[in-house]
Write a protein that binds this ligand. Structure first.
Ligand code: URA
Ligand code: CA
Length: 442
């Protein structure tokens, strides 16, 4: 079939067959379908949508465009997790070692931060010496020995996504939910794990601003798993304020280390979300049969220090200075010219935060990138002193900023202040976890 006829059919709201979708992806990757036709197709998909089956077919076609990681030499069920990206979102550094300490196998590929969101690879590299580009054989042997390892996504995974995403970026079609779902899931499926727990964030600091969009994306990704034979659970969690208190690279590793050292309360939001993600990973990994059993094992791995030991060992095996994976010793890595407390200008309740602006404030200090090839400073960032719902007096600290260069410090402080709303009236606060979606829900 001529590609122009396929575009027309999609524009008229019809479904594409698996064969047509395969032809589309291979044709676009090998250059026989030009950018202008693929642009029109992406716009037609944005306007008319795709069925769950079409989206699953697109995911598989994209996955097969490149290398597929083979984890079959590792024993047991391999479980992965993925977050759609947030601020103070330090869950991987907590959950991967805890799940491994409970007997799970986590061979994870992560990304770098861009814009207001942080990336796990940058956090890992904030510990001196740590390598995130590790040959596949070595990666697998680290996972075999330690139960978990986290590396960068191999350059040969899903080339179709790189080409299609670049096109979507300049044709206003990034926000198509089937295109987002297939982009994320093709990379997760190509990473080789048997089961995946997704953390879909919604709110002011999230890629999905509204709950309805987040729910559609989460359900679609679980459905893709079901249609392609992988087990997928999704959580929809809140990103209307940073998840953890720390926003920055070493600062977030420090928070993960403190959590794994039992220094963070069990009702802390980061702790809660990590327990929930971890418990679904243990259930999908066949290690626990109920959420209660899973959570109790994870809590035990915090209390007995086994999770912290796995994290320290992971850094050691990835060539990092693992002696810093210690709640006291890691403080030595936070070397900045000055710290400043940003304070409340009036009395009142913290009624809302703009999490994107908080992430941007940290990025402006050098904790993140505005453009892909910007350098980051591992030490800088901020640590929140308040949560939504707290009462503050004028002069109370809202956050402590870790500043190394004065280049953007004034703008960063201003951006942070704009992010915090303080009001006389107490307002209801958003829940931390909205919904859990499993195969039975789609
Ligand atoms: N993240 C991805 O990996 N792909 C998208 O399309 C959007 C967010
Ligand atoms: Ca559905």
């Amino acid at each position: 079939m001529r590609f122009v006829d396929m575009i027309e059919r999609k524009a008229d709201g019809f479904s594409l067959s698996k064969e047509e979708i395969n032809e589309m992806v291979s044709g676009y990757v090998n250059g026989t379908i030009p950018d202008y036709q693929m642009s029109a197709m992406c716009m037609a998909i944005l306007q008319k949508g795709m069925t769950d089956q079409e989206t699953a077919d697109l995911t598989m076609a994209m996955m097969h465009s490149g290398e597929i990681v083979d984890l079959s030499s590792l024993p047991g069920i391999k479980v992965d997790k993925h977050s759609t990206g947030g601020v103070g979102d330090t869950t991987t550094l907590v959950v991967a070692p805890l799940v491994a300490a409970c007997g799970g196998t986590v061979a994870k590929m992560s990304g770098r931060g861009l814009g207001h969101t942080g990336g796990t690879l940058d956090k890992l590299e904030s510990i001196p010496g740590t390598k995130v580009e590790i040959p596949m054989k070595e990666f697998i042997s680290i996972v075999r020995e330690n139960g978990c390892a986290v590396i960068g996504q191999s350059a040969n995974i899903v080339p179709a996504d790189k080409k299609i995403y670049a096109l979507r970026d300049v044709t206003a079609t990034v926000r198509s939910i089937p295109l987002i779902a297939s982009s994320i899931m093709s990379k997760k499926l190509a990473s080789g794990s048997d089961a995946i727990v997704l953390d879909v964030k919604t709110g002011s600091g999230a890629f999905m601003r509204t709950y309805d969009e987040a729910e559609k994306l989460a359900e679609l990704m679980v459905s893709i798993g079901k249609l392609t034979g992988r087990r997928v659970h999704a959580l929809i969690t809140d990103m209307n304020q940073p998840l953890g208190m720390a926003v920055g690279n070493v600062l977030e590793v420090q928070e993960a280390v403190e959590l794994l050292s039992g220094m963070i309360s069990e009702d802390d939001p980061l702790y809660r979300v990590c327990m929930l993600l971890g418990s679904h990973m243990l259930m999908l990994g066949g290690i626990a049969s109920t959420k209660e059993e899973a959570e109790s094992r994870l809590r035990q791995a915090v209390c007995d220090g086994s999770g912290l030991r796995v994290l320290r060992n992971m850094f050691r095996l990835q060539h990092g200075a693992s002696e810093y994976i210690d709640p006291v010793k890691i403080r030595e890595l936070i070397r900045v010219r000055r710290t400043v407390d940003v304070t409340a200008e009036k009395d009142g309740y913290v009624t809302a935060m703009n999490a994107e602006k908080i992430g941007t404030a940290a990025q402006m200090l050098g904790a993140g990138r505005a453009k892909k090839d910007d350098d980051i400073d591992p030490c800088v960032g901020l640590v929140m002193k308040v949560r939504c719902g707290d009462y503050v007096h004028a002069g109370d600290p809202l956050c402590r900023m870790y500043i190394d260069s004065e280049k953007n410090s004034v703008d960063s402080i201003r951006t942070f202040k704009e992010a915090i709303s303080i009001s006389d009236e107490k307002k209801p606060i958003t829940p931390m976890v909205y919904r859990t979606i499993t195969e039975d829900d789609v």
